[in-house]
Design a protein around this ligand. Sequence first.
Ligand SMILES: Nc1ncnc2c1ncn2[C@@H]1O[C@H](COP(=O)(O)OP(=O)(O)OP(=O)(O)O)[C@@H](O)[C@H]1O
Ligand SMILES: [Mg+2]
Length: 226
Amino acid sequence: MNNIIRTVHAAKSYTIGEITTFALKDVSLEIPQGSFTCIVGPSGHGKSTLMHLIGGLDRPSGGKVYIGDTEISRMANNELASLRGKRVGFVFQFFNLLQGLTAIENIEIAMMLAGIPESKQRVRAEELLAVVGLTEKAGSKPGQLSGGQQQRVAIARALANDPDILLMDEPTGNLDSVAEAEVLDLLQGLHRQGKTVVIVTHSDEVAKRAERIIRVKDGEIASKII
Ligand SMILES: Nc1ncnc2c1ncn2[C@@H]1O[C@H](COP(=O)(O)OP(=O)(O)OP(=O)(O)O)[C@@H](O)[C@H]1O
Ligand SMILES: [Mg+2]
């Protein structure tokens, strides 16, 4: 199978004053196209950092990151932004919805950024809200939604550019078990359609559904179940 994402000895350090800490020390991994992968591990051990590197939101301080055959760690910022816009959908750990916009507007703005024509935005945004079961909340602002509902808007937004890679950081972190199962069914359906799904999670229920589990510990890969 083709690897859609690959890291080779990827490292990420942060220097504050005279102290350098390594969020990621040395991570080499491959994620096959169309696979469903979970990244698990203790808090503060580098999972979100890894997610940001493989999605091209951040650059490694050492090593290499590839999407397909392209080394994204060397791309210019504008090229990288364009690649992300075309191919990657993110759900962030703290869903980052724009508070002043309604649910549907949050999805439409992602479409605008992805270059989807304005005439198509509303219909497609409505479809995506229906997919996550929030049609009746289209006009609600994030502050008027529950945590789980906000998370579902964030998932709909991640699908706005019809990405082939979905990177999700704790997409079910605020959901009860019923809502979690619904979101997981949704994500499994997307995986069946051929999308590559990578989920950072602390949830055993999420990990049970994955085909591959990568365990991160102390900024390194502790184990892979593939
Ligand atoms: N911008 C930053 N500046 C300095 N240190 C950072 C920065 N971002 C992350 N770190 C540090 O890197 C380490 C890994 O953070 P990361 O967010 O990747 O952890 P995580 O595994 O996602 O944890 P959690 O499960 O709590 O979300 C932590 O020690 C964190 O303090
Ligand atoms: Mg995190």
